[in-house]
Design a protein around this ligand. Structure first.
Ligand code: HEC
Length: 149
């Protein structure tokens, strides 16, 4: 099985911490910081799941990680409002010029991690690895189109 690092090539993972959803009145810089913190945490969780697979953890043992990732995946569409195109960000302008394309990438991401959560909750260890690989491929698919290198 391809390792997760190959699927999300170029992604940097460091630090940790919970994030607060920015208020609608939040400054663009705060929204950018919050979305990056969310993505960073998503990266950490994905690495933990990958490590779990390497250690032959059961699907049931992954439920909490998958639930958190899935919850955070559902936030992504709201994290790119007008005014957050520039600043300390690697978001590509295509997010704003091709919103339908960006939303489709986000929907595919959520759909595949929703499926992974169902598999984890069912304790289906055989199905877990292949579905994780499929779900993780949606990360790279979006990054290739909508994230600067
Ligand atoms: C729908 C698009 C999309 C999907 C799906 C997506 N990302 Fe991202 N990701 C982005 C964008 C855009 C950025 C850049 C955000 C910025 O710099 O403002 C980013 C940034 C990141 C970062 C860097 C955070 C930082 O420290 O600045 C990591 C790590 C990351 N994503 C991991 C993942 C992982 C792992 C997945 C899948 C489990 C994933 N992403 C799915 C669009 C996406």
């Amino acid at each position: 099985m391809k390792r997760f690092a190959l699927l999300v090539a170029g992604v940097l993972i460091a630090g940790s911490g919970l994030l607060a959803w920015p208020a609608s009145s939040a400054e663009p810089a705060d929204i950018i910081a919050a979305r990056r913190a969310n993505q960073k945490r998503v990266g950490e969780i994905a690495k933990s799941i990958d490590a779990g697979l390497l250690n032959k953890s059961s699907a049931a043992a992954m439920v909490d990680l998958v639930k958190e990732l899935d919850d955070r995946a559902k936030l992504i569409k709201g994290y790119f409002p007008e005014g957050t195109q520039t600043g300390d960000t690697k978001a590509r302008p295509e997010i704003w010029t091709d919103r339908a394309g960006f939303n489709a990438a986000a929907d595919a991401y959520v759909a595949e991690f929703d499926k992974l959560l169902v598999i984890a909750q069912a304790g289906d260890t055989a199905a877990f690895g292949p579905q994780f690989e499929k779900a993780a491929s949606t990360c790279g698919a979006c990054h290739r189109q909508f994230r600067q290198r």
